[in-house]
Design a protein around this ligand. Sequence first.
Ligand code: PEP
Ligand code: MN
Length: 359
Amino acid sequence: MDKIDFSLWLKEMDLAHPLVIAGPCSAETEEQVLKIAHELKKTDATVFRAGIWKPRTRPGNFEGNGARALPWIAKVKEETGLLTTVEVANAQHAKLALEFDIDIIWIGARTTVNPFAIQEIADALHGTDKIVLVKNPINPDLALWIGAIERLYTANIKNLGAIHRGFSSFKKTKYRNNPQWQIPIDLKNKYPTLPIICDPSHICGEREGIFEVSQTALDLKFDGLMIETHFDPDNAWSDAKQQITPTRLTEITKALRVRKGRVEEKDSVEKLSNLRAKINILDQQLIDLLSDRMSVAEKIGLVKKESNVAILQRARWQEVIGKMVEEGVSSGLSAEFIEKIFKAIHQESIEHQKRIVNS
Ligand code: PEP
Ligand code: MN
């Protein structure tokens, strides 16, 4: 599917700021749900989230209250007027969410990976005018994410959106789920009218990074944020480390810069901030790649030490630099530039290997 006409549900909501969805990771008790919702009423949040069926990595943890929590969520809407959203993971959940008039249904990362589950949910929701938001799959696979959105669209569900919550990686990074921003950017390039919301809570896995990730998302023109919020984050029954209080949520939304230029230069201001945000991400990737390269160089250093060979293997180095200059030139970079960069990288590798060999 190359062209899809998504509905403009988000524009119709006519918000003064990006959409803010907030609420606890899990609906724990009726009192907890209502207390948080009333506190959120005083913030920029317009949608209340709570997980009622909780996908937990390992058994033995709190797995949610299930359907008995649906009336609590309905009460949130009744008492506060906030819109509501819950996660569904199968057809039964989807039907119950419709029955309880939940406004927005979100599909979790562990469900998006499974086309059978998505098809089941799409069939259960067929033709609904509720909003359906699709989280990215846990693995960095854009096609799988797009496939889920297309299955829902094909089931005549037009009020769609995506949620970016980062991607699992074997290698531990500073994030719980690595944002790999290029993937949501590619999704946006494929479907420019599809609203896309960032979930900094599940990207960060801890409170501290939430502001920064939210700002990056806004710099990249994301349409909203989903942030886990609890009146007592430390004692939350799930995801305690990443939840923030409603007060902190307000501090964050007030401090976030939604970039707007003066009308006559709006376009260029926007373009510039988009491009700069991309540069920041690419620079971070350069650092990550260089650090990965040094780790491999250190392993080579270990082998050299064990077999007692010299650090500098001239023939190999000539081969590397020759090949890289050739590659660089064919990618539009000057030979001098590539030589300079690779000499510096090589020098740094030698320093790392020296430390290993002489240890
Ligand atoms: C959640 O939003 O609480 C959740 C389980 O998220 P994810 O599907 O992103 O892991
Ligand atoms: Mn959570």
